[in-house]
Design a protein around this ligand. Structure first.
Ligand code: SF4
Ligand code: SF4
Length: 447
């Protein structure tokens, strides 16, 4: 008796899958439950997009290119604020690593704006050119429905893509400029705070987004996204995945609905540890909807833990798994929290520095520049004084510093020639009208 080789079986199975995939499945709505994961996912996706706008507009976080600083809630964060930046970074990184390890590339499916835009582009294409007009990942040309292949539909599609590209290309600008400056940019109002090359930069962004939503879409996710590869590196066989109830496989004999539902072009019944599944849950919704008509549960579900195990995990199982995942990220996260807390506690809203005053030829041995910086976007009044030197031993060109907003200003200190030979320790003291005191110890040497 002859038997088929493994290769032949594989080829035959993929041919059958391909043939089944080409059969569109129509689901009649019989009042089955709404697609839970899809609804939740759409809510999260929209919330993330809104958040991406709210973050810079509310001042929660933005970048100040003019002053070369990060800005959080109107406070400049300098690289010198090491503990604040490092602590925050460690906290975010360890939380994300725990998430990747636990839930895989769930960020792609539920939060990534690239995927959100790609799904929206797919939706618009289906709506205007027909259900089979796929920008397919296997290179097949889109099959445009004859009734929808009109100039009007193509124009509407092109205009919606162009509009979305122009809108989303504004998002990065909000992170570099205050909203009123971005508004000047939109209405072509002259504004000295706008860089001259900004329209070119914006144009390049528009082109990139247009290319992405017109052509790339999920090609990018599957073959080019480095961030996805980074997330993959933390996955294990226990990471959240789609589990297939193989014991009921006979119910799939004439069905491929989950396969046609997957916009990443996977067979949800055969997910692997390192495949492209983004845990969106659409396939689970699809099978649940089909099976609910027969009063049964779907054959697909999300599952943590070993793939070979088919027993449904209890809350206790999942809690133990979660804690075991946190075991090595928790100490790092704790370190981040401690560093961040220290950074917040020791944050200085002003910065004081003192250096020799450089002259045209050299630097003066008696003249000092006292530089005071304001790190907050609001007016500040500060007083400058010197302790440790006799009253007639120095002169300050001003004892007041007024700053309208962030920025720096200098006061010049000249030490008298009459000071005796030797070392003269002194302290530069700066007091702000809101109670901050900065002190810098120095030594003046007279030969
Ligand atoms: S898993 Fe569900 S949706 Fe997928 S082929 Fe089987 S019955 Fe159909
Ligand atoms: S296999 Fe299911 S969960 Fe994974 S990407 Fe496809 S539809 Fe989403």
């Amino acid at each position: 008796m002859s038997s088929l080789s493994e290769d032949s079986k594989g080829n035959m199975s993929s041919a059958i899958n391909k043939a089944l995939s080409s059969i569109p499945v129509k689901v009649v709505n019989t009042g089955a439950k709404p697609s839970n994961f899809k609804l939740k996912r759409r809510t999260v996706q929209i919330a993330i997009l809104i958040l991406l706008v709210i973050i810079p507009v509310s001042g929660l976080f933005r970048i100040d290119p003019e002053n070369g600083a990060l800005v959080v809630l109107g406070w400049q964060i300098w690289f010198a604020d090491f503990f604040l930046i490092s602590g925050l970074w460690i906290m975010i990184a360890s939380a994300l690593v725990a998430l990747y390890s636990l839930a895989g590339t769930v960020v792609c499916g539920w939060a990534c704006p690239q995927n959100t835009l790609a799904e929206w582009a797919n939706h618009m294409t289906h709506k205007l050119l027909g259900k089979r007009a796929e920008v397919s990942l296997n290179g097949e040309a889109p099959k445009v429905a004859a009734a929808k292949n009109t100039v009007l539909n193509w124009s509407l599609l092109g205009l919606s893509f162009a509009g979305a590209s122009m809108f989303f290309a504004l998002l990065p600008l909000l992170y570099f400029y205050p909203p009123d400056v971005v508004w000047s940019f939109i209405i072509f109002r002259p504004d000295t705070r706008l860089a001259g090359s900004l329209y070119w930069i914006y144009f390049v962004w528009v082109l990139m987004i247009l290319l992405d939503i017109s052509v790339l879409r999920h090609f990018w996710c599957r073959f080019a996204c480095v961030y996805k590869v980074w997330q993959h590196s933390f996955k294990t066989k226990e990471t959240l995945h789609v589990l297939y109830d193989a014991g009921r496989s006979d119910e799939c004999a004439k069905c491929n609905y989950c396969v046609t539902t997957c916009f990443i072009d996977l067979d949800p019944r055969k997910t692997q540890i390192y495949d492209s599944c983004i845990n969106c849950g659409d396939c689970i919704d699809a099978c649940n909807t089909l099976q609910s008509k027969k009063g049964k549960a779907g054959l697909l579900r999300f599952e943590f833990g070993q793939r070979a195990q088919t027993r449904a995990k209890t809350f206790r199982d999942n809690s133990i798994l979660l804690l075991s995942r946190m075991r090595w990220t928790a100490p790092i996260a704790l370190l981040g929290i401690v560093m961040f807390s220290w950074g917040v506690w020791s944050y200085q809203p002003y910065h004081l520095s003192v250096g020799y005053l450089k002259t045209a030829h050299n630097q003066s041995a008696r003249d000092y520049r006292i530089e005071v910086s304001n790190k907050r976007y609001r007016p500040a009044q500060l007083s400058v004084s010197v302790e440790g030197l006799p009253q007639d031993g120095y002169t300050l060109n001003s004892s007041r510093v007024n700053l309208a907003s962030v920025g720096r200003s200098s006061v010049f200190l000249t030490v008298s020639q009459k000071l005796q030979h030797g070392i003269h320790p002194f302290v530069v003291v700066v007091r702000s009208n809101d109670g901050w005191i900065g002190r810098l110890n120095l030594q003046h040497f007279v030969e």
